[in-house]
Ligand binder design. Structure first.
Ligand SMILES: Cc1cc2nc3c(=O)[nH]c(=O)nc-3n(C[C@H](O)[C@H](O)[C@H](O)COP(=O)(O)O)c2cc1C
Length: 330
């Protein structure tokens, strides 16, 4: 049995709208000036460059509000040695190492193949240096991409990534430098592997972020008892899936405490498998909800989540999900 398949099924959608979402429909969500047909965002690294699942029968990019492309660096990267993934209880470890063809190839060869009428596409900008983050952001700024997520929280590369994201001063410097070269919505992707995520969020707001993605994967490892070596070629990796959901919820709550008063939205993520999970994140403070690891065992999971969210609105008499954001009682 898959490690994540034991998650509870999607909330039944009795009497709810069909899974298809339409612009202007009940699930329509505004995010950084963009209209999204659904609050669901497919997460970076879990959908390739937007084409990955379009070959799966029944899958449609139209079922989600946005798709975040795989982390992209200035130059092409081959990624880490195998093994790159390992299954864990209720989740998985990965250490892909930001394998990607480089920003130029993404903008020139991949973006023209994407159908921007189906959904929104967000870039995921990565780098080993601040200059590289700037280079990638500037290149995406001059492209049809709808928003740019700055990944300062990748735990699987030797330089950059989480080294920036775990130090508020460094996070703010990356955000400010990227802010200076784009007017597109800028989303800062936060690491859970840090001491004070509130302080980091505060600094990133001052530096000009428009939104947050909370959280990236949690650092972890697995050991092969036979070889007495780490299972992952990289030695360590990032844990995702239902195992990290409670951590992610708390981090969303903490970032919302800081970002909420500034009306800065959060893409909540970490183990979301069904509409009940998504609702928990929205109540904790997320405006959008990310689905990543769950796609690996059920690529057709999103229509059911949409139905469950629509059913919840119908049951509670709320007009839209925005009315639920950050409503966690004390
Ligand atoms: C195989 C894999 C690759 C990932 N690659 C990236 C990446 O390139 N950039 C990034 O910001 N996050 C990356 N992530 C993190 C996810 O985008 C997401 O933040 C995290 O997995 C938590 O959500 P989930 O539990 O729903 O998967 C990756 C996750 C997985 C499982």
């Amino acid at each position: 049995m898959s490690a994540v398949s034991a998650a509870p099924p999607s909330t039944p959608a009795a009497g709810a709208a069909s899974g298809a979402v339409t612009s202007g429909g009940v699930l329509t969500t505004r995010f950084c000036g963009l209209e999204l047909a659904s609050p669901i965002v497919l997460l970076s690294g879990c959908v390739g460059f937007g084409e990955e699942y379009t070959r799966v029968e029944g899958f449609s990019n139209r079922d989600v509000g946005a798709i975040v492309l795989k982390g992209t660096t200035g130059a092409p990267r081959l990624g880490n040695p195998p093994h790159r993934v390992a299954e864990t209880y209720q989740g998985m470890l990965n250490a892909i190492g930001l394998q990607n063809p480089g920003v130029d190839a993404v903008v020139r060869n991949i973006l023209p193949t994407l159908d921007f009428s189906e959904t929104r596409f967000f870039a995921n900008a990565c780098g080993s240096t601040i200059d590289e983050y700037v280079e990638v952001t500037r290149r995406f700024d001059d492209s049809p991409i709808d928003a740019i997520e700055i990944n300062i929280s990748c735990p699987n590369v030797k330089e950059g990534g989480v080294q920036f994201g775990n130090v508020p001063e460094m996070s703010a410097r990356v955000v400010a430098a990227c802010r200076a070269v784009t007017k597109k919505p800028l989303i800062t992707k936060m690491s859970p592997n840090q001491t004070d995520i509130r302080e980091n969020a505060r600094r990133c707001i001052e530096a000009g972020t428009d939104a947050f993605a909370v959280i990236n994967t949690v650092m972890g490892m697995a050991v092969d008892v036979r070889t007495r070596k780490a299972v992952l070629g990289n030695g360590q990796g990032g844990l995702s899936g239902p195992a990290i959901k409670p951590i992610a919820l708390l981090k969303v709550r903490e970032v919302h405490e800081v970002a909420g008063p500034h009306r800065i939205p959060i893409i909540g993520q970490g183990g979301i498998c069904n509409s009940a999970d998504a609702l928990e994140f929205i109540i904790a403070g997320a405006s959008l909800v990310g689905v990543g690891t769950a796609l690996f065992y059920d690529p057709l999971i999103c229509p059911g989540i949409n139905r469950g969210l629509a059913a919840h609105l119908a049951e509670t008499g709320l007009e839209n999900l925005q009315q639920l954001v950050g409503t966690l009682g004390s």
